[in-house]
Design a protein around this ligand. Structure first.
Ligand SMILES: [Ca+2]
Ligand SMILES: [Ca+2]
Ligand SMILES: [Ca+2]
Length: 209
């Protein structure tokens, strides 16, 4: 950009940045340093004879991954001569979204005495970020009771919860399983959820009662 500017002997007060067809005015105000900069900044740019592109609003990769700008340089001649160049700004990801579960709540009914290996439910969470920032793994909550950990297991990759221990209706008819979805970002973001499991009493015992 600097070499380009020097070659055309830019008059920086006439320097304009225009966005592509995505919406020229929005990008104009967002991006253009020399048009929207303060008077002091503008003078500094003139003195340096170097155009600068200044970010004036935060970027959100999840909204727009890439910004394409068309830079037009005009000289002060009569008539003015101009040159164009395209600037592509690719927005890299930061981990700013936690995993979001697909359901507000998970409640499932299960027969008591269901054998080990029985699938209880598959939980699912998604994360808008990119790469490891958006990869989700599942685990039990840190403070979950030991008796629940003995009776259920959770696949960290698939989110499938299966029975691993004896489920006796008379002993306990309702379990609240605390689960957590975490991304793999450097500063991992986590979301907690509770899966409620209601055990069903066999019909013949309900009739006896
Ligand atoms: Ca974002
Ligand atoms: Ca994330
Ligand atoms: Ca992000």
């Amino acid at each position: 950009l600097t070499a380009f500017a020097n070659k055309l002997l830019l008059d920086l007060m006439f320097l304009r940045c225009l966005a592509d067809g995505r919406g020229a005015n929005i990008s104009l105000h967002r991006w253009v340093g020399c048009v929207t900069a303060t008077q002091r900044d503008r003078q500094e740019l003139v003195d340096r004879k170097t155009p600068s592109l200044v970010l004036e609003k935060p970027l959100d990769r999840e909204s727009v991954k890439s910004h394409v700008l068309l830079l037009t340089a005009l000289d002060g001649g009569k008539p003015p001569r101009s040159g164009n160049m395209t600037i592509i700004v690719n927005v890299s990801d930061v981990n700013d979204n936690p995993p979001v579960f697909s359901q507000e709540s998970y409640t499932v009914s299960l027969k008591e005495n269901s054998p080990a290996g029985t699938t209880v439910i598959q939980i699912n969470a998604t994360d808008l970020d990119e790469g490891s920032n958006g990869e989700v793994i599942y685990s039990f909550g840190n403070h979950m009771e030991a008796q629940i950990r003995e009776r259920f297991s959770l696949n960290p990759v698939t989110g499938v919860i299966v029975v691993t221990g004896a489920l006796d209706f008379e002993e306990c008819s309702r379990y609240e399983i605390d689960v957590q979805a975490s991304d793999k970002g450097t500063a991992a973001l986590k979301t907690d959820k509770t899966v409620v499991v209601n055990l069903c009493c066999p019909i013949y015992r309900i009739l006896i009662l």
